[in-house]
Design a protein around this ligand. Structure first.
Ligand code: 5GP
Ligand code: ZN
Length: 112
């Protein structure tokens, strides 16, 4: 399987990791859109949010618990935004489920 995030998780592609536990890893985005732009990624290969199954329910919760810890660690006490792009219309480019965590400045206009 040719998945860039699986390779990052295995350590075969370098990244700047900011968080890791048994289920979730988080690293800086290669092309940051905000002063803090972290990708929070389950270690299990799941192609997109559309490919989640019942047994992944707890894993998604763990992603958000990791986000809370990362926010504290990176000093995002004034807030942050989490975005998941799912599929072609949303512009998903890496087919391994990931959540963008954006912060470090007042974020721009909200989409919703
Ligand atoms: P998507 O467009 O799928 O929601 O987001 C994919 C994200 O992965 C992009 O923001 C892109 O910059 C990031 N990305 C792609 N390849 C790499 C990589 O090799 N390392 C890191 N750290 N980020 C990557
Ligand atoms: Zn993968």
């Amino acid at each position: 399987m040719d998945c860039v995030f699986c390779e990052i998780i295995k350590g075969n592609i370098p990244s700047t990791k900011v968080y890791e536990d048994d289920f979730v890893v988080a690293f800086n985005d290669l092309n940051p859109q905000t002063p803090v732009h972290v990708l929070i990624v389950p270690k299990k290969h799941i192609a997109s949010a559309n490919d989640l199954v019942e047994e992944d329910a707890e894993l998604v919760g763990r992603v958000f618990l990791a986000a809370k810890k990362i926010a504290r660690q990176l000093g995002l006490e004034s807030g942050y935004r989490i975005i998941n792009n799912c599929g072609k219309d949303a512009g998903q480019t890496v087919m391994h489920l990931h959540f963008h965590m954006l912060g470090g400045k007042t974020l721009g206009e909200k989409i919703i």
